[in-house]
Each structure stands twice: as C-alpha cells, then as structure tokens.
Design a protein around this ligand. Structure first.
Ligand SMILES: C[S@@+](CC[C@H](N)C(=O)[O-])C[C@H]1O[C@@H](n2cnc3c(N)ncnc32)[C@H](O)[C@@H]1O
Length: 228
C-alpha cells in the first residue's frame, strides 16, 4: 500500500515529524486509510482531517460516551467515520455538507465502511440547517459537535451549537490556528484569519464553556459546555 503519511496536511508538524505523529495515532477504523487514499488526488485534499485528528475525535466521543453527534463539513467523510466508529450501535451522527458531490462520495464511504446505519448526511447550507435541527432535535440533544467548515460562520455555529449541546457535551472547531497564520499581523490580514482570531478570543471569554486549543494539525479548539 502506498505510504501517504504526511502528504495531505503539514501545518504545525511538517515532513518527517508529521509522518511520525500520524504513525503514532491508532486508527479508529480500518477504512479511514482508504478514504485518505481516495482523497489524495483531489485538488482540495488539504481539507481532509489527519489520522491524529481522527484519533482525537474518536477518543473525545468515546470518553464522553457520545450517542448523538453533529458534524458541520463532511467532505469525503473521514472525520464522519472516525466519529461514527465511537458511537454505540444505536448512536447517530448527522453530518451537514453543502456540496452534493462530496455528500455522495462520503455516503458511499459510509456504506462500504459499514457504518451507514449510524450516519445521516444532510445536503444544504449549514447556517440554514442548524435552526431546523434545533426545532427538530431539540436543545441539549447532542453530546458532541464538530465544526470543520466555513470560518465566516463560526460565531453562528457556536451559538447554535451551544443550544444544541447537552451540559457536559463537547464542541470542537478545526482550524483554530488559521493554517499557522493566527498571529499574522500584516496589514490587510485576510478576513478569514481575522474571523478565526475574533472567534478564538470570544470563546476564551465565554463563561458557558471550559475551552482550550489543542495544537494538533491546524489547531483544534475544544470547549466543554459547563452546567448540569
Ligand atoms: C474542511 S472540509 C471538511 C473535512 C472533513 N471534516 C474531513 O474529515 O476531512 C469542509 C467541508 O465543508 C463544506 N462546507 C463549506 N461551507 C459549508 C456550508 N456553509 N454548509 C455546509 N457545508 C459547507 C465543504 O464543501 C467541505 O466539504
């Protein structure tokens, strides 16, 4: 099998170091490697979560015994599968994706991986689907929410996510370090970097959560909802 370690993403750890990190993450599901291989030729493969992120997501979902998970940003279904692998047989992950082609690819991956019964991929714009979910699923109904899309809407996802999340549940946002540019001070800093920076700052001062940024891949902001 072709060695694809370190070829997809290299932000905080690059080259051999990234390969080393990926090598030391136990895969939560054997089909994850096939998804990575299938994605390698795609021009946006940098969007794919890494093996250590998959292990990170899996372990968080397992630790809190998640039964219901929401994901924003499905792409090829790599993180969807990692999270689905942590769910019990009657658990469920709803994943939102606005690109129907990606949703179809991810669905076929879920079918082959044998987790389709636990996964529901919804096609549409997440900012429009979230309020529908709130009505349909009810507040406090999710154990874990993973946001991996569309930095401009991070704040909306945050507020809606906090309503959808149960107390003690976990919100995880990818790309908290804006591809390593979070500290960039050049004039005209790109909008998306400014948006992530503003978002990180607002989370730090949000007393509804206990939060930190885990420095793996491009930085994953983890927030546990406080309350009983
Ligand atoms: C970074 S990728 C997700 C990667 C995936 N979580 C993984 O494990 O590899 C982001 C995905 O979000 C989707 N997306 C971007 N904006 C969106 C929106 N407003 N609503 C729904 N999906 C969106 C993109 O089409 C893309 O597939």
């Amino acid at each position: 099998m072709e060695d694809i370690r370190g070829k997809i993403k290299s932000e905080l750890a690059a080259g051999d170091l990234r390969g080393y990190v990926e090598d030391h993450a136990r895969s939560p599901h054997p089909y994850l490697e096939t998804i990575r291989k299938n994605c390698l030729a795609h021009k946006w493969n940098f969007m794919l979560t890494t093996p250590d992120q998959a292990a990170f997501l899996y372990s968080h979902a397992s630790l809190i015994r998640a039964k219901k998970i929401l994901e924003i940003g499905t792409y090829y279904g790599h993180s969807t599968l990692a999270l689905a692998a942590a769910l019990p047989a009657d658990g469920k992950i709803i994943s939102l994706e606005h690109n129907p082609k990606f949703a179809a690819i991810a669905q076929s991956h879920m079918d082959v991986a044998g987790v389709a019964h636990k996964v529901e991929i919804r096609v549409g714009e997440a900012p429009l689907l979230m309020p529908i979910l709130e009505q349909e699923q009810g507040q406090g109904s999710f154990d874990l929410i993973f946001v991996d899309a569309d930095k401009r809407h991070f704040k909306d996802y945050w507020e809606s996510g906090l309503r959808l999340l149960r107390a003690g549940g976990v919100l995880i946002f990818d790309n908290a370090l804006a591809r390593g540019e979070i500290l960039s001070d050049t004039p005209g800093t790109a909008d998306h970097i400014a948006a992530v920076r503003e978002f990180n700052d607002s989370v730090r001062s949000d007393s509804r959560v206990y939060s930190y940024i885990a420095t793996l891949a491009d930085g994953m902001l983890v927030a546990m909802k406080i309350g009983s």
